[in-house]
Design a protein around this ligand. Sequence first.
Ligand code: FE2
Length: 377
Amino acid sequence: MSVHHDPHTGLHSEPGALAGEHRGRAAEPIIKVHDLAWLEFEKPDLERAEAFAHAFGFTTALRTAHELQLRGTDPGSPCVLIRRGPRSRFVGPAFRAADSTDVLRLADAVGGAVVPLPESLGGITVDLLDPSALGVRVVSDMFELPALSDQTPLPLNFGHDRGRVNAPQRPPRAPATVQRLGHVVLQTTTYLETLNWYLEHLGLIVSDFLFYPGQRARGPIMSFIRCDRGATPTDHHTLAMVLGPANRYVHSAYQVADLDCLAAGGEYLLDRGYRRSWGIGRHIQGSQIFDYWRDPDGFMVEHFSDGDLFDSTLEAGWAPMTASGLSQWGPPATKDFLGLNPGRESLQELRAIVHALRADNEFDLHRLRGLLKVASS
Ligand SMILES: [Fe+2]
């Protein structure tokens, strides 16, 4: 059981692909995007969404009767766009192309149209559908919002390395100021087809593959995927994709300055009655210090700090997917995080499983058996 699990088995440094396994990158992608630009949502209650956003550490970039744009302190575009809609819904991600030439090249290749983005953002987009029917925008030339002042990491005394003298440590119990959007995690019934689409169209590359324990020969069921910017290091994952019985948003993650900001910001959220999903801990794939929360619409959002940065030279790692393998330290993964809490969401997932087993996709009985093993491993 998890007590004896050594979290350092299956780390990224473990041997990579076996002969004939997925290489984790396309030979000739159409373009190579630079980053995840923003995520778009619809929510019925913008007031409620904005109150949570401020407690979580976002800054409002724009607020109208119909729209809320949220940003971090980093310069650039807003990183979350929320339009007023009849029900809560994830609309899709936007990826930032290197330049407008790449947006045109991609539009040409798929027979899509390049259209202007809304005036508040500036720039252009080509709107695509991935194989799981999620809308994906590839954008460029937006207005650049200036940098905002940020939380400064605390000066720490590391062991005998004592730089802080005559100064008590007093991290403020304040929202953990969001610096930027880090990644989004998506679940899909057509994992391999959808993964390959992102590798071929956006030039993303796989940092780590996971497979169900005992099912490596059936291929991977999850991947952590980064942008290929050559020698420029990028986040270990900008997108993560997992096979499952329904196409849906899983969570998105936002960088904060350090562990104290993250932990004190967590206390601030608890003080205001918001619900922690899982944390605080340190992941294995990507190594981030993490803390997961539920926003008032039920969407899972993550504060993270100190994540891995890889350049394009590292090949994909391979490891089994287990609940205990989700962190190096921290409390055990919660039922809420694993989607096992009794309630509306798990009932929907159960219905989705029955439907997915009957439909033509990659989620079959072998995969269901693998999925059921993960939570208890
Ligand atoms: Fe995450």
